[in-house]
Design a protein around this ligand. Structure first.
Ligand code: COA
Length: 263
């Protein structure tokens, strides 16, 4: 099938496998504000093409899977609570679309998976990482928290580990991510896509009906009503002085000076 592009997402399909590549390597595949709608459109495309059985999500280049939400794009959002809430709803709908997809979605993490990149890994059904991948949720340095990660990471990597990552912003190695259950295998960088395709081929050989029913069953305790709490929490933070300072500091490449508002 001919390659397709929706926004920053390249879509290549062959043999029942769709590879979705976040293709913005000069910005470390940072996720623009339009990304979430593009992701949903890409998923709908492959879910309805009558051929795709499994999806691999990866990043272009060798440095990053995704360095997370486009921080410069955050700075452009100045429409107050209404705009912030709409943005957050849109992003959560993107994560939700992966979780609700009848297709198995595998993350092939080829480098930095920070912020939204780490959260995308959490949203996928399972993940394979290159030895050079690193994972982190450093949003608190921007006056934010990971809206999806804060509700999903505790059940995947454990509550203390999730809090450790959010509170310190520490980056963990692929090996550590394997130990805590964030990824299911780690391979050499040069082997990543071949291994991901081999895994995907195994998935594609199973009954798609059985797998979609199984995914729904295994995801049954995933509480998407928690999204509502998350959207309100992140909207509040997005409108805070600390977030304004955090984003300005990132853009100016300096340490933030937080005022410390109370929740
Ligand atoms: N949003 C927007 N742009 C980003 C970005 C992001 N999340 N992450 C990286 N970029 C851009 C940089 O601004 C830079 O652009 P420029 O070359 O036009 O100046 C380019 O990508 C390369 O990044 P740079 O910071 O120069 O690379 P580095 O190797 O020195 O550092 C990181 C890599 C990942 C450690 C660093 O980019 C970083 O901390 N990114 C932000 C991670 C983050 O906080 N994510 C959560 C967002 S909610």
């Amino acid at each position: 099938m001919t390659p397709h592009r929706i926004g920053d997402l390249n879509i290549e399909r062959a043999d029942g496998i769709a590879v979705l590549t976040i293709d913005r390597p000069t910005k470390l595949n940072a996720l623009t504000n339009a990304f979430w709608a593009d992701l949903r459109a890409a998923l709908t495309l492959v879910e309805t093409d009558g051929q795709t059985r499994v999806v691999i999500l990866t990043g272009a280049g060798e440095k990053a899977f995704s360095a997370g939400g486009d921080i410069a794009g955050f700075a452009d959002m100045d429409g107050g609570q209404t705009q912030m809430r709409a943005f957050q709803l849109d992003a959560m709908a993107g994560f939700g679309a992966i979780e609700r997809s009848p297709l198995t979605v595998i993350a092939a993490v080829n480098g930095y998976a920070l912020g939204g990149g780490c959260e995308l890994t959490l949203a996928c059904d399972f993940a394979i990482a290159s030895e050079t991948a690193t994972f982190g949720m450093p949003e608190a340095a921007l006056g934010l928290i990971p809206g999806f990660g804060a509700i999903r990471a505790p059940e995947v990597i454990g509550r203390p580990m999730a809090k450790y990552m959010v509170a310190t912003g520490a980056r963990i190695s692929a090996q550590r991510a394997l130990e805590v259950g964030l990824v299911q295998s780690v391979v050499a960088p040069s082997a990543l896509m071949n291994e991901a395709r081999a895994l995907a081929a195994r998935v594609a050989a199973q009954s798609p009906y059985a797998l979609s029913v199984g995914k729904r069953l295994m995801n049954r305790q995933i509480d998407q009503t928690a999204f509502d709490y998350s959207v309100e929490a992140i909207t509040m933070l997005q409108c805070s002085d600390d977030r304004a300072e955090g984003v300005t500091a990132f853009v100016e490449r300096r340490a933030p000076r937080f005022g410390g508002e109370k929740a």
